[in-house]
Design a protein around this ligand. Structure first.
Ligand SMILES: NC(=O)c1ccc[n+]([C@@H]2O[C@H](COP(=O)([O-])OP(=O)(O)OC[C@H]3O[C@@H](n4cnc5c(N)ncnc54)[C@H](OP(=O)(O)O)[C@@H]3O)[C@@H](O)[C@H]2O)c1
Length: 292
């Protein structure tokens, strides 16, 4: 890539994966996270765009605390809707391509949707978030579509990678000290893996895709089955005990079914969809994976 690249949110799990790719390949870029740029500050966003004049902005910044968002819906909206609008408006002014990530949690996730969308929700399926985080992410999507046509919104689900916090790392850490871990078995979807997200985003950027696209891994799984597979691959004796979401007790409602259909992304030459089991194996074998 010879274009000028601006990476927003470069300290999170996905942002750090992007930073790793750029640094490994010697690709020049400017990376910022909330200590250098608060995206809710419109003037600061404008000033950065004026200084950088990027060809592409890759936005990994988001308010991602799903349960906390139920108590802080205004903060979630400020970051995920207003902050994203600031980035989209600055992108429009500078004719910048805006690459953004959204979530499976924009969908209602009703039980009956599993038979209605047997391959998962496609890009045209109706949205109806069940929690504040999902609502704020959907508002962010709308802000982008209203503001600039030169955008790519990639919806991803259940993100895991070597950096930051995620389910797989949490399970591995807990397995060091616990004989058994309770995990919910009534939420179905498919994880995405940060390395694979970056790879597919690069592919679609090279194709010049503008619009919305879904990415998840192949296969359908619940969190209990995912945890059991993590223990198997890690050769851990920790027992995974299935519980319902109600028994587990979390603040934010969760979709029952939130698999994303990958039919559209598969039509792009060079895209690569891995099965969720392959993703788990790759992640656990990645020498960059550190649990402390
Ligand atoms: N995690 C998942 O399971 C999941 C699932 C589906 C979709 N997604 C989406 O994927 C994207 C990446 O998620 P992630 O898991 O990598 O997120 P993450 O690890 O929580 O990282 C979030 C990033 O956003 C930055 N940030 C937060 N508030 C900010 C603000 N006001 N101004 C500027 N930067 C701010 C953080 O910076 P600091 O570190 O400095 O606070 C951090 O770099 C997000 O759009 C998320 O909604 C995630």
């Amino acid at each position: 890539m010879k274009e000028k690249l601006l990476l927003i949110g470069d300290s999170g799990q996905l942002g750090t994966e992007w930073r790793y790719l750029f640094e490994k390949r010697g690709i020049p870029f400017t990376g910022v996270s909330s200590d250098k740029l608060d995206i809710t500050d419109r003037q600061a966003v404008d000033a950065l765009f004026d200084a950088e004049r990027p060809d592409f902005v890759i936005n990994c910044a988001a308010y991602t605390a799903v349960d906390e968002a139920e108590d802080n819906p205004e903060l979630a909206m400020r970051v995920n809707r207003d902050g994203v609008r600031h980035l989209a408006e600055a992108s429009a002014r500078h004719d910048t391509v805006f690459v953004h990530y959204s979530t499976d949690y924009v969908f209602p996730g009703k039980k009956e949707d599993q038979s209605r969308y047997p391959r998962g929700y496609d890009e045209k399926a109706s949205t109806e978030p069940v929690n504040q985080y999902g609502l704020s992410k959907l508002e962010g999507e709308k802000a982008i579509r209203e503001t600039t046509d030169k955008h790519m919104i990639m919806r991803i689900s259940w993100l895991n990678g070597v950096y930051g916090h995620n389910f797989i790392k949490t399970m591995l850490k807990l397995s060091r000290t616990k004989d058994e871990i309770k995990v919910v078995n009534d939420q179905f979807g498919s994880p995405t893996f940060a390395h694979n997200v970056v790879r597919n985003t690069v592919c679609l950027m090279q194709h010049g895709l503008h619009g919305t696209v879904h990415l998840s891994s192949g296969g359908l799984v619940n969190w209990y089955e995912l945890a059991a597979e993590i223990m198997r691959v890690a050769d851990s004796d920790t027992r995974i005990v299935p519980v319902t979401t109600k028994e587990f007790g979390v603040k934010a409602p969760r979709p029952y079914f939130s698999k994303l259909d990958t039919g559209f992304i598969r039509t792009f030459e060079g895209s690569r969809i891995i099965n969720w089991q392959e993703g788990v194996q790759n992640l656990l074998r990645d020498p960059r994976l550190k649990l402390d």
